[in-house]
Each structure stands twice: as C-alpha cells, then as structure tokens.
Design a protein around this ligand. Structure first.
Ligand code: ZN
Length: 498
C-alpha cells in the first residue's frame, strides 16, 4: 500500500478519536449533568488511549521511516506532516501504554476533584491527586529525555523551542520594568472610578452585547457557536467548527466582555487557517503562545483601547441605559484598564498579569525539577504572591487552587500566557509600521487588522513553528522590550506619570 496514503489514514483515524475526546470535554464543560463526570472519565481515558496507540504503533513507525527516506519528493504540507508526527511519535512512543492510560484516567478524575477542592477551599482533598499527577509527569519526562532542565521537555509541548534559559531571561526583563511601574501606579494620585462596572447587569443584555462584539471582531457565527461554561474556552473541531464559551457574572460587566473577545480572538485564528491545510493535523494554531498572542491582541490591544470604546460604547449604553447613563467613553476606557494587584489570575489587569504567571512559572520549574514538593505548595504560593504582587490569599481557593491546569497535568502551559502578551506587543509594533492601528480602531476598521493577522499568522496554521512566525513577521526573535514599551506608554498615559 502506498505509504503516504497509509500514513494519512492513520492520522485520520487518530484525529477521529481526538475529536471525540474534544466533544466529550465540550459536553462536560457546557451541558453534561455534574454527576456524570466520573463515568465519562473512563470513556475519555479509553478514547484517548486508542489515539495514543495509533500514534505509537509499529505502523506509524514504519510509515515515518519510509516517508522520511524520500521526504524531498513530498509536497510542503506532507513533508511538514511527517516532521510533525516524527516529533510526536518520539515524544510518546517512549511512554508505556498502561502508564499512559492510567494517567489519562487519573487526569480526568483529578479535574473533578480539583473542582470540588476549590469549592471547599480544601487543598488536602486535592493533594494526593496532584502528587500522583506530578509523579507521572516527572516519570514521563524521564522516559522522554530532556536537555539541560527537565521542565524544558514540558515547555516544548506548548511552545516548541522554548526553554528555561530563555524564559528566565524573559521574566527577568519583565520583572525589572513592571514591578517599578506598578509601584509608580500605586503611588500616583490618579483615582479611577470603576464602581459602575460592578452594578447589576442582567444576563440577557450581556449576551446581546457579547453577540454584537463577536460580529464586530469578525468571528464567523456560521462556523461556530457560543455557549456558557464555568471557565471560558475555545474548542476547534475543524476550521468550520470553532466553538467558544463565556461566563456571565451579573455583578461584573467586564468579565464576559473580555472573555468573549479573548475567546473570539482564539477562534478567529482557527477559522482563518488556509484551506490547503484543512483535514491535515496542521490546520490549527501553531503553539499556545502564538494562540494567546491572538486572543490577547483582540482582548487587550483592541478591546482595551480608547478607539474601541469610542466605537462600541454607545451600543452597550443602549442595552444598559440605567446603569450607564452617566458614564463617559473615557470613564469606560479607564475602568477597563484599572491596575489593581489582585489574587486571581483570570481577573488580573493587563499589567500585573505577567506577575501571576511568574508565580506559576517558578513553582512549576522547581516542582518538575524536584526542588519543591506538592505538600508545600500553599505556603510557597502565598510567599511568591506576596513577593511579586504584594497580596496574600486568605484561603487556598483564591490561592494555589484557583487554576485548573495542573489537575490534568498541563505543566508548561502557563508561560504561554505571558509569551502571548509579549508576542502580541511585538506584532503590534510591526503592524504600526504598516498602518496606524489606533486610527483603524477609532474608524471601526477592524477588518484591516484582521486581514493583516490572517495573512501574516493565521493562514499558516502549524506549517510554521512559533519562532519562524515571529521572525518572519517582525524580523527578529522574541523580544520582551516591545511588551515593556507598550505597557509603559499605555499606563504612564492613563495614570499621568509623565
Ligand atoms: Zn486564551
């Protein structure tokens, strides 16, 4: 049988299992009854293992070996596909099947336990699960091997090419500039009134505005759907089926506004991948960091700009006449950009966000290296929060238990959020050389921005690696200075620090 055809059939089969798993996740997060979670963990574990077995099969190995011999005869997409699966194969084939399956079931269960533990603010409930998860991750890293630092292997899963060495340098630059800027803001006389965003805003009106926003930014509703979940997320089944969720808080207007734009940004990336890549595994975002750069570009650069509010505030005011009748566009803009060191990452402002990520980065790095233990996490967490943000949680629900990521073993994921902010700022600097981005937003010409992102980033899917995208688009490697400059310019202005 033609090896390329066989290879593609394997991929198609594997992707079918993966899509089934994704649909289960979607269902569990949106519609499924709470008590059904435990039975679903077993089904997910089973499906996930089927996909794993195909990936690590002898057939896959044979296909890769044969195709690699004549790789120069393959077209660009097929050659990249071989390269992609070679990496995936090498990564996973070293893990024993039974251990993978145990881990997969454990991860699904541990997520449910995490939710309960967070609800009760009880770390002890979660601790034995997290200990096992960390144990597996460490074991898997050892099977897979690593260079220099064991955490590098996990970073590479989310951001190919990223290392502890690069991240230490990156976070040092941010720390050096953001912490003093934060101090200046804390000491400034400027008082921003954001009381009005905490009035009561009925869900129906918020839904209407979310829907309006998605249309504005260019999310294709005929190839997507929006639902509600505890934590907003985007799920792509294919370029033609990119779903998002949001969460409406009636006593906090901005939560759904920004989570909708954020997830919309992720979705726009997925919906605009080149047609040639549809159906291959390359038809998705290239890394978590680049993905976050797109969601954050929409959320922060566009959604938190003055131009954006100048265009869209009247619509919001029309929906919530009573709550917003005395509020001006400038007040809305300032309320959307208020800086306040807080305990919860997902509620953090654009400036202090990176500091939340640094707390997690420090912990993950040391946990995977064996320098610290799970049982000490609540204490370490609180100490780092105090050091970086100057705030200390009074319970673990608002501290170490707040994020879902560790419960399914997603160590190495958090840095992508900070990288996303940095990439976004770097893209913005390049975009501004070609046209005036602020003007575009003020003139309600978001299409110009979207087309640029489609053309320079989205269409490539996984055909290009994250560092290739950054280099091709901006002419240089990741450079934290663009984020620092962007934040300084924005916040010195808002807080009258010049
Ligand atoms: Zn995101």
């Amino acid at each position: 049988m033609d090896k390329l055809k066989e290879f593609k059939e394997l991929i198609e089969k594997m992707n079918s299992f993966n899509k089934a798993v994704s649909l289960f996740h979607w269902d569990m997060a949106t519609e499924a009854p709470k008590k059904s979670v435990a039975d679903k963990a077993d089904v997910i574990g089973m499906l996930d293992t089927e996909a794993f077995n195909i990936l690590t099969s002898d057939k896959m190995k044979e296909c890769l070996e044969t195709l690699e011999k004549t790789i120069e005869d393959l077209n660009e997409v097929d050659a990249k596909l071989v390269e992609f699966y070679r990496k995936e194969y090498d990564k996973n084939a070293k893990i024993p099947e039974d251990e993978y399956k145990e881990f997969s079931i454990l991860a699904a269960k541990s997520t449910a336990v995490w939710e309960e533990a967070k609800g009760k603010s009880n770390f002890d409930l979660y601790k034995p699960y997290l200990e096992k998860i960390v144990e597996y991750k460490k074991k898997f890293v050892n099977y897979r091997g690593y260079e220099k630092h064991p955490y590098n292997t996990l970073l590479d899963d989310f951001e190919p090419g990223m290392t502890v060495e690069k991240l230490d340098k990156f976070f040092d630059t941010l720390k050096k500039d953001i912490v003093p800027l934060l101090n200046n803001i804390n000491q400034s006389n400027k008082i921003i009134n954001d009381k009005f965003v905490r009035f009561i805003y009925p869900k129906e009106g918020q839904k209407e505005f979310s829907d309006y926003l998605l249309g504005k930014i260019g999310y294709d509703k005929e190839r997507g759907i929006i639902k509600e979940s505890e934590h907003p997320f985007t799920l792509e089944l294919s370029t033609n089926d990119v779903r998002i969720t949001t969460h409406y808080y009636e006593n906090y207007l901005l939560s759904a506004v920004y989570s909708t734009i954020h997830e919309g940004g992720h979705a726009i990336y997925e919906q605009n991948i080149d047609e040639n890549l549809i159906g291959t595994t390359l038809d998705t975002g290239t890394s978590m960091g680049i993905h976050e750069s797109q969601s954050r570009f929409y959320e922060n650069v566009i959604g938190r700009s003055l131009g954006f509010w100048k265009v869209n505030f009247h619509k919001l005011q029309k929906i919530f006449k009573e709550q917003l009748q005395d509020v001006t566009v400038e007040q809305m803009y300032e309320a959307a950009n208020i800086v306040k060191p807080s305990l919860i990452r997902i509620e953090a402002d654009e400036l202090t966000y990176a500091l939340h990520i640094m707390v997690r980065y420090e912990i993950e790095k040391q946990l995977i290296n064996g320098d610290i233990e799970v049982k000490d996490l609540p204490t370490i967490w609180n100490k780092l929060m105090s050091n970086y943000l100057g705030v200390i949680p009074t319970n673990d629900a608002e501290g170490v238990l707040q994020d879902i990521h560790w419960s399914d073993g997603s160590f190495g994921y958090f840095p992508s959020y900070a990288l996303g902010n940095a990439y976004a700022a770097q893209f913005l600097a390049t975009m501004n050389k070609e046209f005036d981005v602020d003007k575009c937003m003020e003139n309600d010409e978001l299409d110009t921005i979207k087309n640029w992102l489609n053309d320079k980033i989205h269409k490539y899917g996984r055909l290009l690696e994250p560092n290739e995208i950054i280099k091709n688009v901006t002419g240089e490697e990741l450079n934290a200075k663009y984020l620092v400059e962007y934040l300084k310019q924005k916040y010195e202005n808002i807080y009258n620090l010049n």
